[in-house]
Design a binder for this molecule. Structure first.
Ligand code: ATP
Length: 860
């Protein structure tokens, strides 16, 4: 193929004379212009790629683009001047891609052949352009954009403005400016009509615009009508009331929770409706069984399997259902709805309102007794006690007594009222002190925060019913911010709607700006710390606001103190110095405020903390820890102080607290840990005994004792107060004597205490001292008795002198004295037992403690 000229070359060779002629004619004007005009025109005869380098085009000048039409014109002129006998195929290659019917070609018969060819050429060019534009709109745009400022929107280098990179048909990278929809529309409006896209789609564009506007107007009109009709109702009905769940499926609490409470309510059917309990297991939730490797229906919500559900009188084992959970999650709603579903009439009583026990008792009676319970629907009551955790303990105790009372079987006319109606108690804090007696008899139903997906779908429904335009993301954000609180989410939504104009869409920013869900202090502290440590285009004022909203300035200061060493590299300790100075100033100011109770300087504290942001903030996110160390340290300090205090109080040697703390206590562990080769004091050397003795003495001096306490490894001797902890701050366990040595020291200390007491008593009674503390080589260094006594191994056991028992006076059943002789006669063999001071007892059984070899022949 390389030997053959390409179509362009062939064209030039064939018509070189004509072309030369044209050039000569135009030579009088501007040779440069001709070059620009003619050559591209000639090249553009290759219709498969009319423009070779569109980017160069754009860069050269937009004038080139405008000259395109001229060039096409010149091209057609040239073609018209060429002696023609060439077919369309010769000129354009395969022209099967063109639909000639659509082009509406004029009939050839009416026109000359030349005209027809020309027309055909034009049509083909146009059609090609159209196809090109549709397949490559950018290119088409570029071709046509003569006046449009291309360089503003396209770049071959990475631009400063927001862009989207593209690769053009030559493989070059082109960066196209990204614009918002509005500005794009504006630019379309501004752009001239030559922009083919605009000109092509203008009617469609306009039509779409009209349809949208009509739709919007219609909705607005509907909304205005609706609002005027419902205006009155809207102000009276709160959304929380209006969209209160009406059926089971409206409930947002977890399914197992709902079922658990409903099942418990049905357990009362026997006693309330005289209906037998259905034995069919209710639908249970699926859970994955590792044993079978399948999902199975489990029965978890019903509590332990072995636990009986009913007691002997047909009532549920748990007399009260205690529903607990965070506020606003729908506990009361759940109780009401399920009570209705189970066939009861819910009677609500606010337990914290009924302050006097008598009133409460009356309310209980009227709500739970059979006669007063039948309403128009003939439904029995179900008592719902709201806010039970706010009730006084007497009220709760009364409720417990009321619920657990049983009829006395013996007495026919017992006046005890037995509970025959379900009682549902609702609380926020399950572990409130007042609920202690109630918890053991209650079935605890814990309602968690509503899952945010369920909440957001409920909000969507409400928004739809109220015709509020809310972006889906805004509702999700609202649900997340409400943290499962249905009430606050609904209130926030209605507030947002009231704040905006009719038809305005509620956006994510609106939700972010609304003040809900900022109650949790611990999170706020974390937020404040995060803001202080992060450089997030926050100005000083914004940081100050966050700190003020969080409050608890001391805690935030602790947080800064604990986290600043990890926040940024500080090889020259400049940050550390600055922050230490700042915290010192904070400390001084805060302690002055607390000392003088003068809060005029209180406003300075958050400002000081906000200044920390200027010193510490970095772009890199810092993982801030919650400040715990300071509290931990203050707890330890209190503990150490109390140890010091008890040693000081118990010591018999006078010392100031300071000298005790600084001079004595640091050395005491060394004194109290004698090094012994054996824990048996008998086997110890003199020096070891001496050290044990001095240890025992020191313990007595400073009021220390070893007491036995059950530890992990059984009973152990533990020193009280723990002087080791106070003296050593950590590695004290290494210093403590071994358990056997501790036992020896404890024994010696007890002897020392006895000796000292005795000494004191002698001193007070003025008697000469009997005992003396002395360590001899041979003797046990305990309490040495000065009296000359035989050593133990030389002593013999002396039988005790038998004291003759006085003749006992025997009395009969009525207390009359009976003569001994008579008694002896009656008692016969037993008399020996009564009169003798020695008797023995025989117990059956055997003992193999004493063994003796017995030969068989001895037995035969
Ligand atoms: N599924 C729901 N859909 C719409 N609104 C609901 C739903 N559940 C509850 N609400 C509404 O939320 C509000 C709060 O519910 P409810 O009083 O039952 O919460 P609570 O957990 O008992 O709160 P508290 O502990 O403060 O008493 C009620 O006005 C109720 O109408």
């Amino acid at each position: 193929m390389g030997d053959f000229p390409d179509p362009d070359e062939e064209y030039e060779l064939m018509y070189s004379d004509d072309l030369e002629l044209i050039r000569e004619i135009d030579d009088g004007t501007d040779s440069k212009k001709i070059k620009n005009k003619v050559l591209p025109a000639k090249r553009s005869l290759d219709f498969s790629s009319p423009v070779q380098k569109p980017l160069l085009h754009t860069q050269q000048s937009s004038a080139n683009a405008s000259s395109l039409s001229e060039s096409y014109q010149s091209q057609t002129d040239i073609i018209s001047s060429i002696p023609t006998k060439r077919t369309a195929e010769d000129l354009f290659g395969d022209i099967n891609d063109i639909d000639f019917d659509d082009l509406g070609l004029p009939s050839k018969r009416q026109k000359t052949e030349e005209e027809n060819d020309l027309e055909l050429i034009n049509k083909i060019i146009e059609s090609r352009k159209m196809r090109q534009m549709l397949s490559e709109p950018n290119r088409a745009l570029l071709d046509n954009m003569s006046n449009y400022n291309v360089s503003k929107n396209l770049s071959l280098k990475i631009p400063k403005w927001a862009f989207m990179p593209f690769t053009n048909w030559d493989g070059d990278r082109v960066y196209v400016r990204m614009e918002s929809e509005d500005s794009w529309e504006e630019s379309l409006d501004l752009a001239p009509d030559q922009i083919s896209l605009k000109s092509m789609f203008t009617p469609v564009w306009e039509e779409a615009r009209k349809i949208l506007e009509a739709k919007k107007n219609r909705i607005e009109q509907d909304l205005v009508q609706e609002t005027t009709v419902n205006d009155k109702q809207d102000f009276t009905d709160l959304w929380v009331e209006k969209y209160k769940p009406k059926s089971y499926i409206d409930l947002l609490s977890e399914e197992p929770v709902n079922r658990c409470l409903l099942h418990w309510l049905h357990l009362w059917d026997k006693i309330v409706f005289n209906k037998d309990l259905k034995t069919v297991e209710p639908q249970q939730r699926n859970s994955f069984s590792k044993r079978t490797g399948q999902f199975q229906m489990s029965n978890k919500w019903r509590g332990k399997k072995d636990e009986p559900e009913m007691d002997e009188d047909g009532r549920p084992h748990h007399k009260v259902a205690l529903v607990c959970g965070p506020p606003g999650v729908g506990k009361t709603t759940l109780a009401h709805l399920l009570a209705r579903l189970a066939g009861y009439r819910p009677v609500e009583l606010n337990a914290s309102d009924e302050r006097s026990t008598d009133q409460f008792k009356n309310a209980l009676q009227s709500a739970t007794l059979m006669r007063s319970v039948l309403d128009a629907e003939k439904r029995p009551n179900c008592l719902i006690l709201d806010e039970i955790d706010g009730a006084p303990i007497q009220t709760v105790e009364l409720l417990v007594r009321w619920c657990t009372a049983k009829k006395d079987e013996g007495k026919k006319k017992s006046r005890v009222h037995v509970l025959k109606r379900p009682v549902i108690a609702i609380c926020n804090d399950l572990y409130a002190t007042s609920l202690r007696p109630l918890r053991p008899i209650s079935l605890i139903v814990s309602v968690g925060a509503v899952c945010s997906t369920r909440l957001s779908s409920r909000l969507t429904l409400v928004a739809k019913c109220e015709r509020v335009y809310v972006a889906a993301r805004a509702l999700t954000a609202l649900a997340a911010r409400a943290r499962g609180d249905v009430r606050s989410a609904l209130h926030a939504l209605s507030f947002l709607r009231a704040g905006g104009k009719n038809g305005d869409q509620i956006k994510v920013e609106d939700v972010e700006n609304i003040a809900i869900g900022t109650k949790d202090n611990s999170q706020s502290i974390m937020q404040a710390l995060q803001t202080i440590f992060t450089l997030n285009n926050n100005d000083h004022e914004a940081v100050l606001k966050v700190i003020q909203a969080a409050g608890e300035y001391e805690r935030i200061a602790d947080g800064i103190f604990e986290n600043y060493p990890c926040s940024r590299s500080d090889s020259r300790l400049l940050v550390s110095c600055a922050i230490s100075e700042l915290l010192a100033l904070f400390d001084i100011t805060n302690s002055w405020i607390l000392r003088t109770s003068n809060y005029s300087m209180y406003g300075v504290l958050p400002t000081l903390l906000a200044r920390g942001h200027d010193i510490l903030a970095t772009r890199q996110p810092t993982r801030v820890k919650f400040p715990m160390t300071s509290q931990e340290m203050s707890r330890k300090k209190t503990e150490m102080d109390s140890i010091l205090w008890s040693i000081w109080r118990g010591s018999t040697v006078y010392n100031t607290k300071k000298s005790l703390k600084l001079d004595i206590i640091p050395l005491l562990p060394y004194l109290l840990s004698p090094v012994l080769r054996s824990a048996n004091i008998q086997l110890c050397s003199d020096s070891e005994r001496k050290s044990v003795l001095s240890c025992a003495g020191a313990m007595c001096d400073y009021g220390l004792t070893y007491i036995q306490r059950r530890e992990q490894n059984g009973y152990e001797h533990v020193i009280e107060p723990d002087v080791y902890r106070l003296a050593l701050f950590g590695p004290e366990d290494r210093m403590r004597p071994s358990p056997a040595v501790r036992q020896t020291i404890a024994a010696q200390q007890q002897l020392e205490v006895i000796r000292r007491n005795e000494e004191m008593m002698n001193r007070s009674s003025g008697r000469p001292e009997k005992c003396e503390r002395k360590v001899s080589k041979k003797e046990v260094p305990s309490v040495e008795v000065k009296e000359s006594r035989l050593p133990n191994h030389l002593q013999r056991l002396q039988p005790k002198a038998i004291e003759r028992a006085l003749p006992q006076v025997q009395k009969d059943f009525f207390g009359r004295i009976v003569q001994v002789a008579e008694v002896q006669k009656q008692a016969d063999g037993v008399s020996g037992l009564i009169t003798s001071s020695v008797f023995y007892q025989y117990r059956e059984g055997f003992n193999n403690a004493v063994r003796r070899n017995v030969r068989m022949r001895d037995l035969m």
